[in-house]
Ligand binder design. Structure first.
Ligand code: GLN
Length: 506
């Protein structure tokens, strides 16, 4: 029974609880002990909050006994990346500077999950302030590893969330995505990861990295669970002024509509890695051949499900994404991280300081890790007045050009009229911690297919479609237009359905 419970989707778990076939406390015990056990291998979770979780589960059980409705996710255990503030539960942001910080309030996303009856049982380890693509910049060691191969990274920066969800340590984990950090770990670990439209989910109470791109979304094992989590997470919040009053559809219900008649595009520009050299010339590199083959297979499945495939979609500005992301994300991070000075926020340095400025300098030197310092310094450099034209202005121009690619292909009156753009999530599968067998250049460009959507503000979902010859998970991404999460979920669901029925037939 226990193994079966772990394999269930959040939707099925909620059903069992609602129909009283199992109590929330029983389910929590099972998931929690599985999570503790697998954590020995994956190191996905940095802080367990079993006591708080048990109290919540008992409350859900009491409500159910009284015949009250405890919410759509009642009794479903979940974890959240350690960048979400959680009341009374340590929130480190993967950093030493917040090592012992206990927030006095819950982030909006946590609030919404909790109000829906979900039970937070742990905080997942992540790159420091979400800066990274492998989980390795986390201050808390050991860092998460890939559940499919402990020698390999789980992706990042929501590395622990990817590893937790993929290994059944809770069916849902909340992550954040600024350049690919939900979709990449999902792809590397064989999970589903949804980065919603910018402003679809409130970021209030989430530790900011690059505010013009930061988004909050779920990592799950099943597409339906991503839809279920979005039902709960999406919506206006007056405390995050980029959220909007666009109505929230019922994402789970619309999954049933399938993909018949959908126009799904493939772009050759997102089937290669393009690197810009200093003098402005470009060089193309092929991506992993197993990933290209997986994309082709996904296309045939979608075609079989009734979608119309449109090849040769031009996305000419994708190639600017990684360099422009470098500039914009560093400048915004530099600004956002000023608050951690040992006085307003963050742990003060252990040594004596001469004055306030000395306290700031020492606290920041002690509290931040190498990658964060590097990014703060790059941001400081890149935002100097004399470099404005050369870097920031050009990066913003590139960003506008990238956005125009998306406006053009999804324009309902335009030439392409796409509903979904299908791309690989990453150019390679998960790489080894020692980087053996991987091209360092391709690692640097790991975000080439994910960061454009953070610039455009449009949604993307990575879903698992199989494995490489060496047994590593492959993720494919369905990208859509603003507030069209529902369509990309439908595309991912159609593929998932066919893959699982094919597997059952074996
Ligand atoms: N890998 C990217 C970076 O290091 C993206 C991180 C993210 O999305 N949070 O900045």
């Amino acid at each position: 029974m226990n193994d079966e419970l772990i394999r269930l989707s959040a939707d099925e778990q909620a059903q069992l609880i609602r129909t009283k076939q199992i109590s929330a406390s029983e389910l929590l015990d099972t998931i929690l002990s599985h999570a503790v056990e697998t954590n020995e291998k994956t190191h996905a979770i940095v802080t367990f909050c079993g006591k708080e979780a048990r109290e919540k589960a008992e409350m859900i059980d009491r409500k159910l006994a009284k015949g009250e409705d405890p919410g759509p996710l009642a009794g479903v255990p979940y974890s959240a990346k350690d960048v979400f503030c959680t009341r009374g539960i340590r929130t480190t942001g993967g950093s030493r500077i917040l090592e012992k910080w206990i927030p006095p309030y819950d982030a909006a996303a946590i609030e919404r999950m909790n109000n829906a009856g979900a039970i937070l049982f742990g905080k997942t380890n992540c790159d420091e302030f979400a800066m990274g693509g492998t989980g390795e910049t986390a201050a808390q060691q050991p860092v998460p590893c890939n559940p499919h191969d402990p020698e390999r990274v789980a992706g990042g920066s929501s590395s622990g969330s990817g590893a937790a969800a993929a290994s059944g340590a809770g069916a849902i984990s909340l992550g954040t995505d600024t350049g690919g950090s939900i979709r990449e770990p999902a792809a590397f670990c064989g999970a589903v990861g949804l980065k919603p439209t910018y402003g679809r989910v409130s970021r209030w109470g989430m530790l900011a990295f690059a505010s013009s791109m930061d988004t909050v979304g779920p990592i799950t094992r099943f597409v339906k669970d991503a839809a279920l989590a979005m039902n709960v997470l999406a919506g206006f919040d007056s405390r995050d002024n980029v959220t909007v009053r666009v109505p929230v559809p019922n994402y789970t219900e619309s999954l049933q509509q399938g993909v018949r008649g959908m126009r799904i595009g493939i772009s050759p520009d997102l089937l290669k890695v393009t690197i810009m050299h200093e003098k402005g010339d470009f060089e193309n590199f092929p991506i992993d051949t197993d990933i290209t083959a997986a994309l082709e297979h996904t296309v045939t499945l979608l075609e079989k499900a009734g979608a119309e495939i449109i090849p040769d979609i031009p996305m000419p500005n994708t190639k600017y994404s990684v360099p422009a992301y470098f500039v914009i994300s560093r400048i915004e991070a530099y600004s956002n991280l000023q608050r951690y000075d040992g006085l307003k926020y963050g742990r003060a340095c252990a040594q004596n300081s001469e004055d306030m400025y000395d306290l700031f300098a020492k606290s920041r030197s002690e509290g931040f890790g190498h990658e964060v310092k590097l990014r703060i310094l790059s941001g400081l450099f890149l935002s100097q007045k004399e470099f404005y034209e050369k870097y920031y202005h050009r990066a913003q121009q590139a960003r506008a050009m990238i956005r125009s690619d998306y406006d053009r292909i999804f324009d309902p009156n335009g030439y392409y009229r796409l509903d979904v753009l299908l791309t690989p999530t990453t150019p390679t599968p998960a790489f080894r911690f020692d980087r053996q067998g991987s091209d360092p250049l391709l690692i640097q460009y790991a975000d080439q297919f994910t960061s454009p959507m953070n610039f455009a503000g449009t949604p993307g979902i990575s879903f698992p479609v199989g494995f490489t010859e060496t047994g590593l998970p492959i993720g494919i991404q369905a990208a859509g237009y603003d507030y069209c999460e529902e369509k990309i979920l439908r595309a991912a669901y159609a593929v998932e359905q066919q893959l699982s029925s094919a597997q059952e037939a074996l």
